[in-house]
Design a protein around this ligand. Sequence first.
Ligand code: ADP
Ligand code: MG
Length: 282
Amino acid sequence: RIMGIVKAKDLTFEYIRRDEEGNVEGITTAVDHVNMDIQPGEFIAILGHNGSGKSTFAKHINALLFPTEGTILVDGLDTSDEDNVMDVRQRAGMVFQNPDNQIICTLVEEEVGFGPENIGVPTEEIWERVAASLKAVGMYQYRKASPNKLSGGQKQRVAIVAMKPKCIILDEPTAMLDPHGRADVMRVLHELNRKEGVTVILITHYMEEVIDADRVFVMDEGKVVMEGTPRQIFSRVEELKQLRLDVPQVTELAYELSRSGVPIRSGILTNQELIDELMKLK
Ligand code: ADP
Ligand code: MG
């Protein structure tokens, strides 16, 4: 078995609120004894309603927050060790909902070159990589453009290729994008995952973005309450509803048909699967 790229062991994080005198006013346990072992090259989706601890967990992978209890290893490096912070951030890059605060260079080309340059790659090779990366995400024609002129989806794509880490964590990256922009970002993520073996950890509210993941974790009140393949997870419609989560539209429809007595198997994920099931009934 390969060493996990992200390994959380009993990871617990408490936000502590203090009054002006510094006395503790309240404690929120945002992440509560989470265990996760993510293998290199996996495409992981994390689901959970607002306040379930997803963002707090994600920030640990990028060494933006440190465990109150338990440990998190990124590529074998303990993030709590100060000496590891830079290495951790090189291996695990984070894409935020609003990429504006991430895009710092003036040209798209420079932006994409910025990542590898920082980790000691010769200049000619950087520009070769920049061209290749921009082509890979369909952004080559924008190489001389100012990132400020790009749409939200285009910015996300640049932010993603600019990092080129072993592991990308995306915290609801498509929440502010239109369906077209969302599809573009998802295509880039799957390409990076398939072709370059980049581990993807995607936090999302869009169930359609979860279907193609290798594994899904569902969080509630700081805990991992469900774990499995998309098909296993979306077979548990009632539990998901109790956790205030949706299922993909076609999964819901298949579930309702089945509840009304139509003999259809659980965990339908695509239109084609539902069609196949219905055709068997003829
Ligand atoms: P999610 O990303 O799933 O919506 P969060 O990780 O943002 O969940 O929040 C988990 C819990 O921690 C919530 O109860 C939230 O109110 C609390 N929380 C988040 N950020 C802070 C903060 N900076 N200070 C205090 N409490 C916070
Ligand atoms: Mg969040």
